[in-house]
Design a protein around this ligand. Structure first.
Ligand code: GUN
Ligand code: FE
Length: 425
């Protein structure tokens, strides 16, 4: 049992905060720590008189963050300046990803990547690997060693891709299926069928991806859509018969529960309704969209139509592993839309969209991203005293929203004192 301030969320995604809280965890039959009880110390402690108590004064317990879209092989290309998405892929991304044919390089970068996730308090991510099988094995081995709930998959890109990253249609599908059988649902790991984006896969590869998605119905699907104007125009040339870019994916059977599309900027309401009706989610990546000059996600339209979405770093298009930086950028982007009353998105909603809301959009609601009874106990010990300015702001906060906003605006990896994993091995 951990006694500290405690942040969690109710079923509606609204924050529940106990200034003097108690979080009680216990192992399930598989040896995985789960939340047994949570609430105010006064209410919860009498129910667990024998619990072994850790007292953490001045600290805040919060759910581990969930990053809905990140590229582990792009760890080293964060901050590579470019006029836009397509030249950035050509000049930085593909050359960097070509190196992941080498298992030693894959392992080395995977170690750095998981180190950064944990230092920043990210405990679950839906991540791209590269087109090389070695990169997928390195990712899952690293996640398994750390006991993390992680999802990834081999990138499919059999056209419009340079030597070194381009794969071969038939072999790419054979490799994907073998990786599904090897890794999907082993421990806390999940497999995502991963066509890079429509311009980089032939119809045959897209069709094969859709067939795998139907055959292995509880796998994830991840790709990119409608991120950048030049990209959208390119897809219109490649698929003149499609109603929209998103509709290309629908045509190949790649929209369903557990399908996640990064960006979703240049959509219309028919596209948004298609996301809603197919239970397909958007991964909103504001630091990436601002860095690459891609555009602004329309939060107001997403809420009006009502489809699932959550926040994501999109490292290395994104500029930071820190969920605080991503939430801050989402605030700026939400302000751009201004379709909601008030300033922008509420701090507690930003936080929900990067924890329980993101987990729900991934189909992992009630599993991770929250600290309600039954959830896997991946949680953070936050220390607002870690930096002088945040200590002052936190002490002066007059409400939960002010406290959360102080952490979003001023927080970074220093605020995350400890990341506790449910299945630390
Ligand atoms: N579209 C296709 N590939 C990528 C990628 O690696 N990053 C981003 N941001 N967009 C993409
Ligand atoms: Fe991406």
């Amino acid at each position: 049992a951990y006694r500290a301030s405690l942040l969690r969320f109710d079923d509606a995604g609204l924050p529940v905060f106990d200034e003097d809280g108690l979080l009680v965890v216990a192992p399930d039959s598989a040896g995985r720590q789960r939340v047994l009880d949570a609430g105010s110390h006064a209410a919860v402690s009498p129910r667990h008189p024998d619990a072994d108590l850790t007292h953490l004064p001045g600290r805040i317990l919060a759910p581990g963050f969930v990053d809905m879209h990140i590229h582990f092989p792009q760890t080293d290309i964060i901050g590579s300046p470019s006029p836009g998405l397509l030249p950035w892929l050509e000049n930085y991304t593909f050359p960097a990803e070509a190196r992941f044919a080498d298992p030693a390089h894959s392992n080395e970068v995977a170690d750095v990547f998981f180190g950064e996730l944990l230092r920043n308090g990210v405990t679950t991510a839906l991540a791209f690997a590269t087109s090389h099988v070695a990169s997928v094995d390195a990712f899952f081995e690293g996640a398994e060693r750390r006991g993390l709930r992680m999802i990834s998959g081999k990138v499919l890109q059999d056209r419009h891709s340079p030597d070194g990253v381009r794969d071969e249609t038939e072999q790419s599908l054979i490799d994907s299926e073998a990786l599904i059988r090897k890794w999907h649902n082993t421990g806390r790991l999940g497999y995502a069928i991963t066509p890079r984006f429509a311009p980089a896969s032939t119809d045959a590869q897209m069709r094969g991806a859709g067939e795998l998605a139907a055959k292995y119905a509880d796998t994830w699907i991840q790709s990119h859509v409608a991120e950048n104007r030049d990209e959208v125009a390119w897809v219109r040339e490649l698929y003149p018969e499609a109603r929209s870019y998103l509709d290309v994916y629908a045509g190949f059977g790649l929209m369903r529960e557990r399908a996640v599309y990064a960006h979703c900027i240049y959509l219309d309401d028919t596209d948004r309704a298609l996301l809603r009706d197919t239970k397909t989610a958007a991964a909103v990546s504001p630091t990436s969209n601002l860095f690459l000059g891609s555009g602004f996600f329309d939060f107001g339209a997403a809420d009006r139509v009502g489809y699932p979405y959550g926040l994501a770093s999109d490292v290395g298009g994104g500029t930071s592993f820190s969920p605080f930086h991503t939430m801050m950028a989402a605030y700026y982007v939400g302000r751009e839309g201004q379709t909601k009353a008030g300033l922008s998105i509420a701090p507690s909603e930003l936080w929900w969209r990067h924890t329980g809301g993101a987990a729900r959009a991934l189909g992992l609601g009630g599993v991770v991203g929250n600290l309600q009874p039954g959830c896997e106990a991946d949680f953070l010990v936050l220390n607002p005293q870690a930096t002088p300015l945040l200590a002052r702001k936190a002490a002066r906060a007059n409400s939960l929203e002010e406290l959360l906003f102080a952490m979003i605006v001023l927080g970074d990896d220093r605020l995350v004192e400890r990341t506790v994993i449910s299945q630390a091995l």
